[in-house]
Design a protein around this ligand. Structure first.
Ligand SMILES: CC(C)(COP(=O)(O)OP(=O)(O)OC[C@H]1O[C@@H](n2cnc3c(N)ncnc32)[C@H](O)[C@@H]1OP(=O)(O)O)[C@@H](O)C(=O)NCCC(=O)NCCS
Length: 176
């Protein structure tokens, strides 16, 4: 029987954060770096527990996404991972249901960059693929992020033109 806890980073004990990082390192087969971890902090975490074992995690952090001349407050989903031996049992869905509640309650849109493996997972939950062009606002100006165009999904809470341009704010590591 699993249990979901929803906590801001400051409320998650340090030992649990270490467990989350380990889960994500394993879930991404070693392809989850320090910058990816940093991107997952400072927002709201959804933690799925089976007894005292952590089996799933995801987080929503706030970012600004520029669209149609406005800097939208976005709930950006990061660090979604489920322990390999617990996949296809609804754990990821439980993580996302909790995070989507946060997005719908606090932001005009949710957004995320999907891994190749998770495209169908997000689409099945009603997340919509961005159809327009994507960019990043770097310290040196706006740059196109063409390689990300097919991976960006949004959860519109207020109406959005999905075929328009979408520009994310700047950060170290993967910008989307
Ligand atoms: C993506 C991931 C989080 C999904 O977690 P999960 O617990 O297996 O997902 P669920 O069991 O809740 O799946 C819900 C639905 O999503 C879809 N889905 C999930 N994984 C899928 C896959 N590998 N292929 C196709 N559809 C998939 C299915 O519709 C599934 O429903 P079903 O099992 O009844 O067919 C998990 O596979 C994972 O941790 N992957 C590695 C890390 C990763 O890529 N994270 C996403 C980063 S953006």
């Amino acid at each position: 029987m699993s249990r979901v806890s929803v906590l801001h980073t400051w409320q998650v004990p340090a030992a649990t954060l270490t467990t989350v990082r380990k889960l994500l390192d394993e879930a991404f087969d070693g392809d989850f770096g320090d910058e990816d971890w940093e991107h997952s902090l400072g927002g709201v975490h959804a933690l799925v527990w089976d007894g005292d074992e952590l089996v799933g995690h995801g987080a929503v952090v706030q970012r600004r996404l520029i669209h149609a001349g406005r800097a939208l407050r976005a709930g950006y989903v990061e660090g979604v991972g489920v322990r390999a031996d617990r996949r296809r049992q609804g754990v990821g869905a439980a993580v996302m249901a909790a995070l989507e509640d946060v997005v719908r309650g606090a932001y005009p849109l949710g957004a995320l960059s999907a891994s190749e493996d998770a495209l169908e997972f997000y689409a099945a939950r009603g997340w919509q693929r961005w159809r327009g062009r994507t960019f990043v606002l770097t310290p040196a100006g706006v740059e196109r992020t063409e390689e990300e165009d097919d991976a960006i999904f949004v959860l519109p809470v207020a109406p959005l033109d999905l075929s328009g341009d979408l520009t994310c704010d700047w950060r170290d590591g993967d910008v989307w």
